[in-house]
Write a protein of this length. Sequence first.
Length: 220
Amino acid sequence: MKMTEKTKKKIYLAVIAVCIVAMIVLGFDYHTKRKNAPAELTVDETAAAVKPKDEKVLVSVSTETIRDGLANMGLLITQEYYFTQVERYTKEKTFLKVLSTSSEMLYSYDGSVQAGIDFEKIGIEKDDSAKTITITLPESEIQTVTIDKNTFKLYSEKDSLWNPLKLEDYNMSLAEFEDTARQKALDSGILERSDAQAKILVGNFISNFPAAADYEIIFG
């Protein structure tokens, strides 16, 4: 049985209609799925998503590091007192509880008295909440009394025949000279100046640590 041209035309139209319906259904389904799917990330968005958050690094000053650095300074001379001192040394002697005789000399020396502190004895305490570093310094002490014996000058000398000056007398006079020089240095305030200088040195040393920039240095 032959199909007429009219029948063929109807079949073609039916096939075309089915194809159009199928395309509409598939397109609607694809659009629905894409709408509900998570949005795709761009290159920049992807990089931002995987990039870790910046970490805040907390730098804390180490009291042990500071303490070790100060301890390595050891015994530090922080103040010197220079002098040229004239002294009179007298030696007296009595014979038979009646006769007395004496010898004396007037002389001078140049020298220096040095004061300082033992940095190994420094105490350090840190308060991170208050942002303070408290330093406890030992008291300054006289460390050395140095006399330049090459600067010895003898101004006058009275040497008794019965009580002559001997080598041990010169040694004794030198010891007395050192004691006098030490006392004069103390009277001049050498220890107070040494304490003040030590605070400056310690403060400057701690300030060199970047982590200590936000801390207040307190001397207890």
